[in-house]
Design a protein around this ligand. Structure first.
Ligand SMILES: Nc1ncnc2c1ncn2[C@@H]1O[C@H](COP(=O)(O)OP(=O)(O)O)[C@@H](O)[C@H]1O
Ligand SMILES: [Mg+2]
Length: 300
């Protein structure tokens, strides 16, 4: 953890003043990085995503929460060009990217990771990192015509990859096959690989799922570091304690819709949120969800 991420109190520095006007689903942000309108995606009869209006604040950590099947991954897939919506338009950095192919979205600086990690097991950790770089200009014709430039780019990529692998404590594994990594280390590799292209917006789909507690802390710190380095983070997470610890803003989805959004302490005591979790997430410890308010609904 960089010392700037945690003040002496041990709590992350929260970004305040992200929205403008009354806090409700679709509320405008002072400086949105993503603005989405009327996004719908159906599978057969299921309305997987039905988002009227959503803005993601720039320079902050936004958590996307909601029960299983709420449409979080589908929304990620749509916003990053990995799936096509039935309807909808959206912008990234003020530029319309609706319907744009995933590789082009990534080139613009909007990078995502997957709920099920996509590390290529039969490539080494280092080669997985190099594949994460967006400008593979050494490929194809260019590579055969100008081998010198290819080598120069390759050396630069390796330097960047090595630097990130040290940061993510994977440098000792650099020449191991990705298949030999633990589940948690693969999550770290995937996050490190996403950073190869110096993204502006990093979208993480359940980065902590299946990760042991020791690595969870390190993943949390890496997410805070992304913000400290100037990136915007949007991540999907189930653990409310983690969400309230690091998120500046929380968006809650249920049955495809945004049912609530706001700062974590406000969202966690919203009855619609508690309902959404009680409805489909019996295993969630509501002591955590409601733990910040007393029986009169006052904050503790
Ligand atoms: N490729 C698909 N084909 C059919 N149904 C899908 C597909 N992807 C998602 N769904 C359905 O869409 C809904 C939302 O799924 P998903 O976006 O994965 O939710 P979440 O990530 O919030 O758990 C679920 O009902 C799911 O079964
Ligand atoms: Mg999902």
């Amino acid at each position: 953890m960089s010392s700037s991420a945690l003040p002496r109190t041990g709590r992350p520095v929260k970004t305040t003043g992200l929205h403008t006007g009354e806090i409700k689903p679709g509320v405008a942000k002072l400086d949105p990085i993503i603005v989405a309108d009327n996004i719908t995606r159906t599978f057969g009869g299921i309305h997987a995503v039905n988002v009227e209006h959503l803005e993601i604040p720039r320079g902050a950590i936004t958590a996307l929460i909601g029960p299983n099947g709420a449409g979080k991954t589908t929304l990620f897939n749509l916003l990053t060009g990995f799936d096509k919506p039935n309807t909808g338009t959206w912008t990234f950095n003020g530029k319309s990217i609706s319907g744009m192919a995933a590789f082009k979205v990534a080139r613009l600086g909007q990078i995502r990771t997957f709920q099920l990690t996509k590390a290529l097991g039969l490539l080494t950790v280092l080669d997985n990192m190099k594949l994460g770089a967006k400008d593979q200009i050494g490929e194809g014709l260019f590579r055969s015509l100008f081998p010198f430039f290819w080598r120069k780019q390759d050396i630069e990529l390796e330097a960047r990859a090595s630097e990130l692998l040290v940061k993510f404590k994977l440098d000792a594994k650099s020449s191991d096959y990705a298949a030999s990594l633990s589940g948690g280390q693969r999550k770290l590799l995937e996050m490190a690989r996403a950073l190869m292209s110096n993204p502006t917006l990093v979208m993480l789909d359940e980065p902590m799922a299946g990760v042991n507690p020791a690595l969870t802390q390190s993943l949390l710190e890496h997410i805070l570091d992304l913000k400290n380095e100037g990136m915007t983070v949007l991540f999907v997470e189930h653990d409310m304690a983690m969400v309230s610890h690091i998120a500046d803003w929380v968006v809650v989805m249920a049955e495809g819709q945004v049912v609530a959004e706001g700062p974590p302490d406000v969202v966690m005591k919203n009855p619609a949120v508690i309902d959404a979790y009680l409805g489909a997430h019996q295993d969630v410890d509501l002591g955590i969800v409601t733990g910040r308010v007393n029986d009169k609904g006052e904050q503790l």
